[in-house]
Design a protein around this ligand. Sequence first.
Ligand SMILES: Nc1ncnc2c1ncn2[C@@H]1O[C@H](COP(=O)(O)OP(=O)(O)OP(=O)(O)O)[C@@H](O)[C@H]1O
Length: 292
Amino acid sequence: MIESQPTSLETADTVELTEFDTALLAAGDPGIVSGLASLQAQNISAWFGDHKVLDRVSLLMPAGKVTALIGPSGCGKSTFLRTLNRMHELVPSASLAGEVLLDGHDIYDASRRITQARREIGMVFQKPNPFPAMSIFDNVVAGLALTGLKVSKSDKADLVEESLLKAGLWTEVKDRLRQAGGGLSGGQQQRLCIARSLAVKPRILLMDEPCSALDPTSTRRIEQTITELSTDVTIVIVTHNMQQAQRVSDQCAFFLAEAGTPGQIVEHGPTDVMFDSPQDSRTLDYVNGRFG
Ligand SMILES: Nc1ncnc2c1ncn2[C@@H]1O[C@H](COP(=O)(O)OP(=O)(O)OP(=O)(O)O)[C@@H](O)[C@H]1O
């Protein structure tokens, strides 16, 4: 089959909530379900303008497991991650081919709304990005309005506690919930961002190098949080830290873009196999730090 680049992003959609979205969400959209889910990328290709950066990448990210995306700089890991919750299309020149199945349903299907994908598939970024002047409490619930979810005032307090507990931050902040999020340490801010993502009850959590701006102690605390979360939410994490991939992930996918070609997955499999006895010598060289 010859693959052609889409002339425009057929997935182009508005990020703003329409009245229709808000009404459906408030009414309890039957299309939005909760609970553990798998994510399956099928033949994902991605472009920025004419520059093809991913070539027919397929990967199953099983429910309740942590999948680590590893590989040298520029091989398309972050781009791939951003195709998994429809963030790639926010770049004006971006285009995409392929499917991303959330529990078997394509998130790019024309009948599905972009807000639904964003609610079910949350994301935590490299640099902690809480709203600095906003209170810790308000930071946690900030995502509710953006995804159109309505929660009563009394339920909000429970949701804040539950989300901070899951993110491993509750005991450190429970007595200062009304203080500004910007007053927390970098590691605490990142756990606050995790709590904010968890408050909308995502089924998948995407994490793009979530510890790269943190010290070793904060990094270990986030890794512990990732391990605890994986019973509730399927996690996909991009990391350059091979020890971290070994510590937190159940399976790894090794990406490579050789000699200017678009990124592809060289191989993927259980983390211990990928580190101890991978099939491809390039994987062995990479995980042993011989390049990248
Ligand atoms: N917004 C953008 N516009 C144009 N090109 C981009 C954009 N973002 C990424 N690219 C290009 O896409 C390719 C893949 O980049 P990407 O950030 O996905 O790789 P990566 O493996 O995540 O790299 P790193 O590990 O350094 O973060 C690179 O060639 C990069 O220059």
